[in-house]
Design a protein around this ligand. Structure first.
Ligand code: GLN
Ligand code: ZN
Length: 792
């Protein structure tokens, strides 16, 4: 009797390269420094190297089709021949230039402001020409894909040879190939209708023949497997979408090589049996996000099918505990009669490339981590053990065991003082002393702000000069005193400009912050930073998330010196600026040894300490930014309530230590907030500033209907473009806002921080904003009588 052999594979690999070679090449190409052929050569070289790494780690296939010059969904749009007609492509333009036209728009490409994560959809827009495809978050990751556009005139045809060429490249290099495609249902689901009344689901019938064609081609080329990703099986789907899987896959199976249907990111739940019974040769499940479903899958999956278990976390950077993984895998191997494969839970696109480049990371913490390359090594170890060849991986196994044991018991991770403090918290810690109406009265008296108070969101233009000073200080080329002087000069400049513009509540400008999460992470205990831990956010943009490895606390004040310096320059109220606990959590790699909610509470207490220090130092208005609160929502609606409860509690804990007379602001941007308005209200900030201007204040209607109880500053101009909006435009927006929000609760401010803008347009836009506000103050003042005409 021969024991069955476990195989290993990966759902995808990071594209950028060990040193972000792809980013570099892309940006050179866009500048015109290298031509398309040179860019293609960089791509081919990266693929070749990544396949070698996969083979060297003993994977049984290389994965082909996960590479993209910008985004894999954009690749699929070209493969399926459904580039939107609005781009007016004639068909003879080079494929790559059409590709970048869709990705980046035909004219100008607008910038981001929000630092680290660039977490917004809708990031590109042309002032003329054709705007780029909309960009939005890939499920609950920080990767952004380009949104396919559909209408009744959309047609599909096999239109790009890129995938087949890449398959040839891999075959010629002698690799066994598993090609990967985004499945037809997920592809349609992730797109958007561009025509009123049209339902993209109706395109399925037309789309399937093209998939059949693609699969037949791949089969003829000699690929061994095709991995078809249908991550939407982990979402709450309407019935007609669920019911479409069976017939669609029956049809595809006819022409296809063996198909591995891949699901990931969330539990299959009501789709579990459906996924197990589809007419495909294998199923991949995410055993990190849904370990509880493994037994059910092993029960339901027919014995002739391959079961691929995503056992290594593709979304986080922790080393896999081999014993825990084996304990999970062994019963499945026994139960499932058919073949067993092991893999990362999802594509490794979402983790950095390799730890090899981390020369300065604390060696002990480093030993607790695994990036993409190391995760492939983990698969190799697990596979050897499962295949009764543990002897060949003895050293790797021992090293992993001792690192995981050390992490479990390390006092750097588990701190008694933090635990004690959290244990002492009471139910009241997340409640302000008085309800909003009382606070509002006290604050109105204290600050005596005019009707329609004006402010900004926090950051002012980060000039090349500022960035150079910060970098020099970091490298040790600028001493502390000179650095402080330089930053103080920037603060002074920002304060004087704000006074000249006439703003009511000032900010210090955030010149000292390179990023709104990193700045705090660097000063909090329990965080560490990599030097090369880049993860693709969109296109050539990468982010380097902090790593939260241990209990979080705040050893010393983080912002008080800068803020009080700024306050010392002016009699006007100076707003203290902090990043909120959920945004810090969302934009970091977080611990996997305790619930996210626990980490959020720890960060909340650290931020609360800072809030109280600011208050003690005389700062009367404090803003706690939470732009990422919505993106933490679980993929399944059933999980929303629990998340929102702990997330809003974390915010309130951070904000509620202050007296009634201290005014707490929060800021949110670039999400759909209408479906979580009660929870936003439950955060109980005295003032919320929020992005609204792009949608023509659509968002605000939600706030009006819901009767948002506290004060609110809807953004009256879009900071993502250098365009200076007119006084007239802003008057219109403020008036619209005044139609739905009681005027005495209304603030006036831009949409978001101004760090990516230059000073000239910033000053011009803010001046127009002030002019608009002043005109409206005269017009709208609740008790201003219309002036009687003196004489006639
Ligand atoms: N205070 C931050 C800034 O102005 C807020 C950024 C954000 O909303 N992401 O830059
Ligand atoms: Zn913002």
């Amino acid at each position: 009797m021969t024991a069955k052999k476990t195989l290993s594979h990966t759902l995808g690999f990071p594209r950028m390269g060990a040193h972000r070679e792809l980013k570099l090449a892309l940006e050179q190409h866009w500048k015109g420094d290298i031509d398309a052929a040179a860019l293609e050569a960089v791509g081919a070289d990266l693929r070749a190297r990544h396949w070698v790494i996969q083979r060297e780690a003993g994977l049984d296939f290389v994965t082909v089709g996960d590479f993209a010059f910008y985004d894999h969904v954009a690749n699929q749009i070209q493969l399926l021949g459904c580039e939107p007609a609005r781009f007016g492509f004639g068909g003879d333009e080079p494929v790559l230039s059409r590709y970048f036209a869709m990705a980046r728009g035909v004219q100008v490409d607008a910038e981001h402001t929000c630092g680290l994560a660039c977490n917004h959809g809708n990031t590109s827009e042309g002032s003329e020409g054709e705007t780029a495809l909309e960009m939005t978050k890939w499920f609950d990751t920080n990767y952004h894909y380009l949104v396919p556009e559909f209408s009744s005139t959309t047609q599909f045809k096999l239109a790009s040879h890129r995938l087949f060429e890449e398959v040839d490249q891999a075959l010629q290099a002698g690799h066994p190939v598993k090609a990967v495609l985004l499945g037809p249902l997920s592809f349609l689901w992730l797109g958007k209708e561009k025509e009123a009344g049209f339902d993209r689901f109706s395109l399925l019938e037309q789309l399937l023949p093209v998939y059949e064609n693609i699969l037949a081609r791949l089969k003829a080329q000699g690929v061994q497997w095709v991995q078809i990703d249908e991550p939407i099986l982990g979402l709450d789907l309407p019935d007609h979408w669920r019911h479409a899987f069976e017939p669609a896959y029956s049809r595809l199976a006819r022409s296809a090589p063996p198909v591995l249907l891949a699901t990931y990111f969330s539990p299959l739940q009501e789709n579990l049996r459906l996924a197990c019974q589809l007419p495909v040769a294998g199923l991949h499940v995410d055993a990190v996000r849904a370990p509880e479903e493994l037994t059910g899958v092993a029960d339901w999956l027919p014995s002739h099918k391959v079961l691929s278990v995503g056992i290594v976390d593709g979304r986080n950077i922790w080393r896999t505990d081999p014993d825990a993984a084996l304990a999970r895998l062994r019963p499945v191997a026994d139960k499932h009669q058919g073949a067993l494969w092991i893999a990362p839970s999802c594509s490794l696109l979402h983790v950095p490339y390799s730890l090899q480049a981390e020369a300065t990371l604390d060696p002990e913490i480093k030993s607790w981590l695994a990036f993409a390359v190391e995760k492939l090594g983990e698969l190799q170890t697990l596979k050897a053990v499962l295949n009764d060849d543990a002897a060949s991986v003895q050293a790797a196994l021992a090293e992993a065991r001792s690192a995981c044991a050390a992490r479990r018991s390390s006092p750097r991770v588990h701190r008694a003082d933090v635990a004690l403090r959290l244990a002492r918290t009471t139910a009241d810690d997340d409640r302000r002393a008085s309800a909003f109406p009382q606070r509002q009265a006290v604050q109105a008296e204290r600050f005596a702000l005019p009707l329609l108070p004006t402010t900004t969101i926090g950051s002012f233009p980060q000039t090349a000069d500022i960035r150079a000073a910060r970098a020099a200080f970091k490298r040790g080329q600028l001493d502390e005193a000179s650095y402080r002087q330089k930053m103080q000069a920037e603060i002074t400049l920002a304060v004087r400009k704000q006074e000249a513009i006439g703003l009511d509540v000032l900010v210090h400008g955030e010149a000292e912050r390179n990023d709104m999460v990193e700045y705090f992470g660097e000063q909090l205990a329990g965080f560490t930073f990599t030097t090369n831990g880049w993860v693709q956010s969109y296109g050539s943009r990468c982010v380097k998330p902090p790593v939260i490895y241990g209990d979080v606390s705040r050893p010393a004040a983080m912002t008080v010196a800068w803020t009080t310096y700024a306050q010392s320059l002016t009699p006007l109220p100076m707003k203290g600026m902090l990043t909120g606990p959920i945004t810090i959590l969302q934009w970091s790699f977080v611990r996997d040894d305790q619930p996210r909610s626990s980490t959020a509470q720890q960060i909340a207490w650290a931020i609360r300490d800072e809030v109280l220090d600011l208050e003690r130092a005389g700062i009367g208005i404090i803003q706690i930014d939470e732009p990422a609160i919505r993106e933490g929502l679980p993929l399944r609606r059933a999980g929303w309530k629990a998340y929102l409860e702990w997330a809003t509690r974390a915010f309130r804990v951070s904000a509620s230590g202050v007296a009634d007379r201290t005014q707490i602001h929060t800021h949110m941007c670039y999400s759909e907030f209408n479906d979580i308005l009660p929870e936003i209200a439950a955060m109980d900030a005295d003032v919320i500033t929020i992005e609204t201007s792009r949608s023509g204040m659509e968002l605000l209607r939600g706030f009006g209907d819901f009767k948002y109880p506290n004060e609110i500053g809807p953004g009256v101009y879009d900071i993502h473009s250098p365009r200076v909006p007119s006084v007239h435009e802003m008057i219109n927006l403020i008036q619209k806002a005044a139609g739905v929000v009681p005027i005495e609760n209304l603030w006036v401010n831009p949409d978001c921080g101004l760090k990516t803008r230059g000073w000239p347009e910033t000053e011009a836009a803010l001046l127009n904003m002030m002019t608009a506000t002043k005109l409206l103050r005269q017009k709208l003042a609740p008790n201003s009588q219309p002036k009687a005409t003196e004489d006639s």
